[in-house]
Design a protein around this ligand. Structure first.
Ligand SMILES: Nc1ncnc2c1ncn2[C@@H]1O[C@H](COP(=O)(O)OP(=O)(O)OP(=O)(O)O)[C@@H](O)[C@H]1O
Length: 315
């Protein structure tokens, strides 16, 4: 378990991570999302003791990383896949890591197998493609067979096959009861891979919730209803505080209410329904709304203009 308590990092005047308090639980993949510069890498670096918090703390199994007796057996991380000596072979790189951390050398062969690099284990890492480099970085993270894994943008630059492989790997690590914490900018990928999300913007917590809740909270998540009595139902839904759009003769698109609530209102009003179905927003749409006011770099998006600034309160 990773526990962040009021974790704060300042560089000069700039607050990069701002009083972040989150628990990352075992047995699930937690996606770590936020616009460029939001503070994701800095947070991960503080968990690993690579950056010192200005205030607050990042605890691994109740202790700061620096106080762990066998850190690589507790936490494995991929932060920068390029942090490998280019002249070393994959096997030598992992062997050196295993030796310096007191890990059994048999793990080298095992993790090379897990990441699919056994066939190129004796080639120099400097000659590796981006995807092979990522796999080698992941092998390093797995070397100590740790309960906690952190991956900073692990699918960066991977082909679809590699992306699918990483998804399967993370799911299986979580299914084994491990804590998996992964940052990514690929929302469709996170929607497939993560169980839970931590979203930050400008260093602050915006959301800490299951993926399904983040999506449900989007204003674009709606309920589609078809009824032969659209006027009557619209009236009752408006009275119940929901928003209704009429589409065609018998179709209503309802926002601001769950499937159950819409069904309940129809039932109470004695309105017959021919269809009652969810229209889920994508995680990307939900994310764009949530972070609209936290994007530091880049042009404002359509979602930002549409979403206003209060949406982050909803999750
Ligand atoms: N050593 C440093 N000195 C000064 N500022 C830094 C340092 N490291 C990071 N920052 C600043 O902290 C902010 C957060 O950076 P960080 O890399 O943690 O964000 P991120 O969410 O991982 O971004 P990205 O998605 O672009 O990787 C940025 O504005 C960055 O410029």
């Amino acid at each position: 378990m990773i526990r962040l308590r009021n974790l704060t990092k300042r560089y000069g005047d700039k607050v990069v991570v701002d009083r972040l308090s989150v628990d990352l639980s075992p047995g699930r993949v937690t996606g770590f999302l936020g616009p460029n510069g939001a503070g994701k890498s800095t947070t991960m670096r503080m968990v690993l003791g690579l950056d010192r918090p200005t205030a607050g703390e990042a605890l691994v199994d109740g202790r700061p990383y620096a106080e762990l007796r066998h850190p690589m057996r507790r936490v494995g991380a991929l932060l920068d896949a390029k942090a490998v000596h280019p002249g070393r072979t994959a096997r030598n790189h992992l062997t050196a890591m295993a030796r310096s951390n007191g890990l059994p050398l048999r793990r080298v062969g095992e993790v090379l197998e897990t990441v699919g690099l056994s066939g190129v284990a004796d080639q120099r890492a400097g000659k590796f493609s981006l995807g092979m480099g990522q796999r080698l970085g992941i092998a390093g993270a797995l070397l100590g067979d740790p309960e906690i894994l952190m991956f900073d943008e692990p699918v960066n630059g991977l082909d679809p096959d590699g992306v699918r492989w990483i998804r399967g790997l993370m799911r299986s690590l979580a299914a084994e009861g491990r804590t998996v914490f992964v940052s990514s900018h690929l929302m469709s990928e996170m929607q497939e891979t993560a169980d839970h999300l931590v979203v930050i913007g400008k260093g602050r917590l915006i959301a800490d919730a299951p993926v399904s809740e983040v999506i449900e909270a989007s204003s674009l998540t709606a309920v589609r209803v078809r009824t032969p009595q659209p006027e009557e139902l619209e009236q009752q839904l408006l009275v119940a505080g929901m928003r209704v759009e009429r589409h065609g003769g018998d179709e209503l698109i309802v926002t601001g209410g769950t499937l159950d609530r819409v069904g309940g209102v129809a039932h109470q009003a004695g309105v017959r329904l021919n269809e009652l179905s969810p229209r889920a927003a994508s995680l990307e749409q939900a994310y764009m709304e949530l972070t609209a006011s936290s994007v530091e770099f880049g042009a404002p998006s359509g979602a930002e203009q549409a979403a206003g600034t209060d949406d982050r309160e909803r999750v």
